[in-house]
Ligand binder design. Structure first.
Ligand code: SF4
Length: 292
């Protein structure tokens, strides 16, 4: 069900330096996500999103809040879209909150980083190009290049083929763009051939970088949901997960070290970076001391 809600605030400031994406601020225009990835961490109890598997909440006053909050920010840092949900889930085509928020970001000349699994992002290429006079980056999450497998794991999201095609368009427009390869599900997505195929697709799509984490994090009701989906989609795998990881939060692929080395070699081969280029503020004009 889609429900409208009112938010009290929108922009949050990130206190610690963010080593993945270089973010200074975060915003979420929706609560819940229609992509319904079976491994999604937003189901965890700590985020207090009830009915994650059914409801999406729309922050109807988000744009008014952003219009007030953003001009008050004195530090010009990168604003992250997509921490807790996908800013380009299907509903965005109709509600256009992400597009309206980007208009404000462009007017205020702030840098932006978007993380998404949807090719709907290319709808906003005009705005991203404007923002890119400062800095615009779009990380496209692809956990497998196999469209059939993705349909099982990320049932509400566009196929990886469509995501790669979107990346091509972004790169052709000069937008900083690469792949977030996370999570990589142990025993499902962590084989060499899958990684090789994914990197080849990323290279053909012009990816500047691949940010990878070879494993998945699991806790409380997120784990419960994930295991229920494993029972349905991959009978027997649940037992393997339980035997390998027990109650652990961080479930790294037993092959993670090997895959990390392989990814580094593939990236060298294709000329792809393992880190993304962050926004760097222009150097402050130095005021020369008057000597005489
Ligand atoms: S796209 Fe991201 S936020 Fe949405 S369900 Fe998938 S993992 Fe969760």
């Amino acid at each position: 069900m889609i429900n409208d809600i009112q938010a009290r605030t929108l922009l949050t400031t990130i206190k610690e330096p963010d080593s993945w994406f270089g973010l200074k601020y975060n915003l979420n225009l929706y609560r819940g996500c229609q992509h319904q990835c079976i491994y999604c961490d937003s189901r965890s109890e700590c985020y207090r999103i009830e009915n994650f598997n059914e409801d999406v909440l729309v922050k109807t006053n988000a744009i008014d809040l952003l219009r007030v909050e953003l001009p008050r920010k004195r530090v010009k840092g990168t604003i992250g879209f997509g921490a807790m949900n996908d800013p380009y889930m299907p509903l965005e085509a109709e509600r256009c909150l992400t597009r309206q928020a980007l208009e404000i970001v462009a007017d205020c000349q702030f840098p932006v980083h978007i993380i998404t699994k949807s090719d709907l992002v290319v709808r906003d290429l005009d705005l991203l190009s404007r923002i890119n006079r400062v800095y615009a980056a779009v990380s496209i999450t692809v956990t497998t290049a196999n469209d059939e497998l993705a349909k099982k794991l990320e049932p509400g999201a566009p196929s990886p083929s469509r995501r790669f095609a979107a990346m091509r368009r972004l790169r052709d427009a000069g937008i900083v763009s690469g792949v977030t390869l996370m999570p990589v599900l142990p025993f499902i997505e962590d084989d060499d051939a899958a990684l090789e195929a994914l990197v080849a697709h990323a290279a053909a799509s012009g990816a500047l970088y691949i940010l990878a984490a070879f494993g998945v994090t699991l806790r409380d009701r997120q784990r419960t949901w994930f295991y229920r989906q494993l029972d349905r989609l991959f009978p027997d795998l649940r037992r393997r997960y339980e035997e390998t990881f027990g109650e652990r939060y961080s479930c790294q692929s037993p092959r993670s070290r090997h895959l990390d080395d392989l990814l580094s070699r593939l990236c060298v081969h294709y000329g792809i970076q393992r880190r993304m280029p962050f926004y760097t503020p222009p150097a402050e004009t130095l005021i020369q001391p008057r000597l005489f």
